[in-house]
Design a protein around this ligand. Structure first.
Ligand SMILES: [Zn+2]
Ligand SMILES: [Zn+2]
Ligand SMILES: [Zn+2]
Length: 146
């Protein structure tokens, strides 16, 4: 399950369970993903007040992605964003997604729609499909209400 804002979570243990080497920064980074729907490299840098260098951030994100902690999500401006994986579905050995993503046209945030599954499409006319993205756009709960 994707549990947000649960401060009883042991982030060091989650890193260890996914085989990700842990540092203070990585623990804080994982914590950040539990608080935000999705993050860009730039947003991560800003969150850490530019105290962590870009290479360290990139390495951590690549490692998190490889080990099934986060996944790339579509964005409004094609800048790479990452979101937390659902711990029921992803692990270091199996990391697969078929849920839809919602992009808010106002705040540009991307949300995982865990309950919207991509349709199961059979290969047609000799085309081999290895990726299918279900992307919905509109206004998120916060932006819709304001
Ligand atoms: Zn995943
Ligand atoms: Zn919004
Ligand atoms: Zn997602």
């Amino acid at each position: 399950m994707k549990i947000k804002n649960d401060h009883n979570l042991d982030f060091a243990l989650i890193l260890a369970n996914h085989g990700v080497s842990k540092t203070k920064f990585r623990i804080n980074l994982l914590n950040l993903f539990y608080e935000k729907e999705s993050l860009t490299v730039k947003e991560v840098m800003n969150k850490f007040s530019n105290l962590i260098n870009k290479v360290t951030i990139y390495r951590a994100l690549v490692s998190f992605e490889e080990k099934g902690l986060i996944h790339k999500v579509p964005s409004s401006n094609n800048i790479i964003r990452y979101s937390l994986c659902n711990s029921d579905e992803c692990s270091a050995s199996l990391h697969k997604h078929n849920h839809g993503h919602f992009i808010c046209n106002n705040c540009n945030q991307t949300f995982c729609l865990e309950n919207y599954k991509s349709p199961d499409i059979k290969p047609v006319d000799g085309f081999y499909i290895n990726s299918l993205n279900l992307i919905l756009e509109g206004y998120c709960k916060d932006c819709h209400l304001n």
